[in-house]
Design a protein around this ligand. Structure first.
Ligand SMILES: [Zn+2]
Length: 427
């Protein structure tokens, strides 16, 4: 499932829920690896000449005091070749380096603004020995061109800190979510991944609450680098309890999935809505009357989800795009065939991002909210087709995703017992 965190407008979310968060205890697990590397130029005796604290000296597995170090970021117009040329490496060596690097990293993927470091020989100025590029907070590419050219992707040591949080949902508006210090990603993971198929997040109500146990990543001891995983969660919605346990399911090719306390998958074949944090502005209603049209019955065979123009529209299930065009009152729309029974259609887009024949997965962005065609305001009209007829998706008994195989049940129960106890004791 594509994540679209970067595009989301949080204010949209805050409009609907007021969530208060609290943190309680945490447990630390530390994974550590410190390997000191060096080119053949490394002279152990040199280390004694320079007195720098170890923390500053060792980075990326090198003793930086043995090198002349240049730190910079990739700028507009910097290709891998241009970068190395700037630092005194020329063809054909650049070509050899790029070839060698290809096996671990595509150097065409250097991104503007990302940091890189070049280690130069101290003895022979203008002789670069190592190129280090950091595409993200955790990984870095190391290319050595001392005697032999070698390239590898390394990972910084990551500290995993387990955290527990719980929150109460109130029906007043609030901006407090971020203020509470809860990672935004956690909200998205809860609403778009774990509970996307179970809870309609546009209908949360006062009294709803949740608990969650998750692992956070930190690199270099203190730099927050996102959520590693949500181990278990509990959501009380309209007085009903929803447990979710992240269980590695070997049948699903080593990817994890969330199951309730009875080993039932929380994943559904269809998402509840084609947008995140949307508001239903008009439901499927065959007897709808519109004053504008003389109060005559104008059936509405879709469900309208209001959202700002440009909001990503998500495929609610896996399938193949069978229509992608602009036509009359529908405006720009996309239709996806999921199987012999079900198709879904998404109307009034400002932008279509898929074409006929594309295979899309549940949660993929297929277009952007707009107001093309016959519409008074920005929204997506979501039409749900069953056996060629438009039906109300909220009144369908939609198929569940595959259940956990029965031979794994005993193992599952043993796995969740301590997690459930831990969840139940959070308050
Ligand atoms: Zn509609």
């Amino acid at each position: 499932m594509k994540k679209i965190i970067g595009d989301m407008d949080l204010s949209n979310y805050k409009k609907y829920f007021n969530i208060k968060f609290f943190f309680s205890g945490f447990v630390m697990i530390v994974f550590y690896s410190l390997v000191i590397k060096g080119c053949s130029e490394d002279d152990p005796l040199q280390e004694n000449k320079i007195e720098v604290s170890q923390q500053d000296t060792y980075k990326f597995g090198y003793n930086l005091s043995n090198y002349h170090v240049v730190n910079d970021t990739v700028r507009s117009g910097d290709s891998f070749g241009v970068l190395l040329e700037k630092h005194h490496l020329f063809y054909p060596k650049i070509h050899h380096i790029a070839e060698k690097t290809k096996e671990v990293f595509d150097v065409r993927r250097l991104r503007i603004g990302k940091p890189y470091t070049i280690l130069f020989s101290k003895e022979a100025a203008n002789t670069p020995l190592v190129f280090i590029y950091q595409p993200n907070k955790i990984e870095y590419l190391v290319v050595e061109f001392c005697d032999l050219i070698s390239a590898s992707i390394e990972r910084k040591s990551i500290k995993i800190i387990e955290k527990e949080s719980f929150g109460f949902i109130e029906n007043t508006l609030s901006e407090t979510m971020e203020d509470q210090g809860l990672p935004t990603q956690l909200i998205y993971d809860m609403s778009d991944d774990i509970y996307a198929w179970t809870i309609d997040f546009s209908r949360l109500q006062k009294g709803d609450n949740f608990k969650v146990i998750y692992n956070q990543r930190f690199v270099d001891d203190s730099i927050y680098a996102g959520i590693e995983s949500i181990k278990a969660a509990f959501f009380e919605h309209k007085g009903e309890s929803f447990y979710a346990f992240n269980y590695m399911n070997k049948e699903s090719k080593n990817s994890t999935d969330y199951f309730d306390e009875n080993a039932k998958s929380l994943r559904k074949a269809f998402l509840k809505a084609p947008l995140q944090f949307s508001r239903i502005s008009s439901r499927y209603n065959l007897k709808r009357r519109i004053p504008l049209y003389g109060n005559r019955v104008r059936p509405h065979k879709g469900t309208d989800f209001a959202a700002p123009i440009g909001t990503p529209i998500l495929a609610t299930a896996n399938g193949t795009v069978i229509e992608s065009r602009r036509k009359g009152g529908n405006g720009n729309y996309v239709k996806i065939r999921h199987n012999a029974t079900y198709s879904t259609q998404y109307l009034h887009m400002s932008k279509r991002l898929v074409k006929v024949g594309d295979y899309v997965k549940q949660g993929d962005v297929i277009g952007k909210v707009g107001m093309t065609g016959n519409t008074a305001g920005p929204h997506v009209c979501y039409r749900f087709w069953k056996n060629g007829k438009q039906v109300d998706p909220f009144r369908q008994k939609l198929p569940d995703a595959k259940a956990l195989p029965s031979n794994l049940k005993a193992n599952f129960e043993e796995f969740i017992r301590p997690l459930k106890q831990q969840l139940d004791s959070i308050n």
